[in-house]
Design a binder for this molecule. Structure first.
Ligand code: ITT
Length: 199
């Protein structure tokens, strides 16, 4: 079945497609599905609320089942920030380099043992008949002192996931990232939920 994906983030779309394609689920961007979607303001206080805002709007406007992911980085020493504001932490939506600079500055005086953090992804699906599914995936790790690696996107060059030999997320292969990432976990759970619904 074809699903619409309500995102403007091409890297995110690439990851979702990479994980869902082997499971027989094809995701289409609005332009690929021939529909025009209104930009959704992410006014929610939680990842769940924002994921549903995006998917509900996409489903309503297209008449297709619509997927969305809302995700971010939660840093313990910053009381969970940047959290739902991860994409716009430096003030300008989606400027990864500036966001990383602001994060490293905020953690300048925080020692290695206190730099724990997690990536969170809530992946959801909304159907034209009103059915809704949402699942959450998390990936534990810590924030490094400088950027390493060129893979992935967002905060990947400064996020060191647990159990990967001290490499940053940006130093992992795409397969390695998908196998441990917040999005990998959430999207696989979403695919299972979609499959059991279709049975
Ligand atoms: P859409 O809302 O259009 O899907 P977005 O990038 O604005 O795209 P979010 O509002 O969910 O998406 O914000 C996600 C931000 O969290 C993203 O811009 C990154 O800064 C960060 N992030 C999420 N997943 C990440 C990942 O796998 N690696 C690195 N950073 C990630």
């Amino acid at each position: 079945m074809d699903y619409l994906i309500a995102t403007h983030n091409m890297k995110k779309r690439e990851e979702l497609q990479r994980i869902l394609a082997p499971l027989g689920i094809r995701v289409l961007l609005a332009e690929e599905a021939g529909v025009e979607l209104t930009d959704v303001e992410e006014t929610g206080q939680t990842f769940e609320e924002n994921a549903f805002l995006k998917a509900e709007s996409g489903c309503r406007e297209s008449g297709m089942p619509c997927l969305a992911d809302d995700s971010g980085l939660c840093v313990d020493a910053l009381d969970g920030a940047p959290g739902v504001y991860s994409a716009r932490y430096a003030g300008e939506h989606g400027n990864d380099e500036k966001n990383i600079q602001v994060l490293l500055k905020a953690l300048e005086k925080v020692p290695e043992g206190k730099r724990t953090a997690r990536f969170v992804s809530v992946a959801c699906c909304v159907y034209p008949n009103g059915e809704k599914i949402a699942v959450r995936g998390e990936c534990e790790g810590k924030i490094g002192f400088d950027q390493k690696g060129t893979g992935g996107f967002g905060y990947d060059p400064v996020f060191i996931p647990e159990g990967m030999g001290g490499r940053t997320m940006a130093e992992l292969t795409a397969e390695e990232k998908d196998s441990i990432s917040h999005r990998g976990k959430a999207v696989k759970a979403l695919a299972n939920a979609i499959e059991s619904r279709e049975d």
